[in-house]
Design a protein around this ligand. Structure first.
Ligand code: CTP
Length: 409
């Protein structure tokens, strides 16, 4: 039995990046031998084991044959006869298809090291097509390593294009896709993820609502970049530069989907896009079974981002409605994330990246004013049930009127 370090751990060591997870491949062993040595099987019919002490993943060298559509359509063939080279050739990218023994001797039959040096993401073999998730993986690696100058090899992009056109991407489960999407959005350059997906035609399949934004104009006065797709990428870029959490990044990506529905004769204006977009945001949320906090924030930002921009002009009653919609009293963090998404939206415009956003502090101040309304005196006055609710609202409105007056004085 021979054991090698493989995949990301080898790649990242050679790139001088920190290695977090280590994957191992075991050549020349049977399942029985692994079990006898105390390794714990991960699943019933999957040749992957966890090390009894370290908990790291050890996979038997295997070849894969495709028997159907998508991930569920794999049959795994693992046996002691499968060689290291046979295992490596079925992996996604050459830079992920290197192995290392315990002396750090490199096995690199598909020239991963050469591609690392040339900064190229290149598929190893036609077996790439066996797992359509790899289209998303390559886009994610492109985003992660963009700062190092990596690009996707033209022949790999072509293969990704074929896979996108074949309809295979539709067979991916929501869970697998979301894992890639959410990881990619958290990279330093998430816009590259979307750009690569768009270039290979995968965006049109995965998120046609986002793809449709490219080529849709907006008024130059507010949007010097004009194109709604370009704007969306810039908003996402701002969110990454400001180290925003996943919820905010997801909301940034989806905030303007309604603009893709505007009839051409109304361009470049997009009246009520905040409302028309909601059903699209809901559809994308559900397609990928995004976590609840991501779903909620995306919908709220979609519906209210223009309120955010117009915060200083809003009537106290509208401001109160906004705060109520966010349940800012119990969910202050979510309102902060809304403010952040609005600010990223304001800055994600050509030449306006450094603009100040006084709306942010104004909204925070309004939330504090409304939150500071004390309930106890109203209870003491005898208000109960729905009447109490109304009385609290009245007091909050009063507080917001005073807040607005003081702010504009
Ligand atoms: N792999 C693959 N195809 C996939 C998933 C994984 O070929 N769809 C192979 C690659 O060789 C990859 C290795 O399995 O390097 C480990 O996969 P994973 O842990 O998912 O990714 P890493 O490459 O380690 O990358 P990351 O740093 O993003 O975890």
């Amino acid at each position: 039995m021979r054991i090698y370090k493989v995949g990301g751990a080898v790649r990242d060591r050679l790139l001088g990046k920190p290695v977090t997870d280590i994957d191992w491949v075991v050549v020349g062993a049977t399942t029985e031998e692994m079990l006898a040595q105390g390794y714990r099987p991960v699943g019933a019919d999957f040749p992957v084991f966890l090390h009894p002490k370290s908990g790291e993943e050890y996979a038997l060298a295997r070849t894969e044959r495709k028997s159907g559509r998508g991930y569920g359509g794999f049959t795994f063939h693992a046996s002691p006869e499968v060689t290291l080279e046979e295992d490596l050739i079925r992996r996604d990218l050459t830079i992920n298809a290197m192995a290392e023994d315990d002396q750090q001797n490199l096995t690199d039959p598909y020239h991963g090291q050469r591609d690392l040096e040339a900064r190229v993401l290149r598929h190893v073999s036609p077996a790439f097509a066996e797992d359509p998730l790899r289209v998303l993986r390559v886009a994610r690696f492109a985003a992660r390593y963009a700062e190092l100058g990596f690009t996707v090899a033209p022949e790999t992009l072509e293969l990704m294009r074929q896979l996108s056109e074949s309809g295979e991407l539709k067979a991916l489960t929501a869970e697998r896709s979301w894992k890639e999407i959410s990881r990619a959005l958290m990279e330093d350059q998430p816009r590259v993820f979307i750009e690569v997906l768009r270039e290979c035609g995968a965006l049109k399949v995965l998120m046609p609502e986002v793809d449709a934004l490219f080529g849709v104009p907006q008024p130059a006065a507010h949007h010097p970049e004009i194109d709604t797709g370009v704007h969306t990428l810039s908003v996402l870029e701002q969110a990454a530069q400001h180290k925003q959490p996943l919820t905010v990044r997801w909301a940034c990506l989806l905030h303007d989907l309604g603009k893709g529905l505007t009839p051409e004769e109304e361009w470049p204006r997009h009246i009520a896009h905040e409302h028309t977009g909601l059903k699209l945001i809901k559809a994308v949320n559900e397609r990928f079974k995004a976590p609840k906090d991501c779903q909620e924030l995306a919908l709220l930002v979609g519906q209210y981002h223009t309120h955010g921009h117009r915060a200083l002009e809003l009537k106290p009653s509208t401001l109160l409605d906004l705060l109520q919609s966010f349940d800012v009293y119990r969910r202050p963090q979510r309102f902060e994330e809304f403010i952040a998404a609005c600010e990223m939206d304001a800055r994600g415009r050509k030449g306006l990246e450094q603009r100040s956003y006084p709306q942010a502090d104004y909204l925070r101040g309004a939330a504090t004013a409304a939150r500071n309304v004390a309930v106890q005196p109203l209870l003491e006055k005898g208000f109960k049930g729905p009447e109490l609710g109304e009385a609290i609202k009245r007091e909050r409105l009063k507080a917001l009127k005073a807040y607005k007056e003081a702010a504009s004085a």
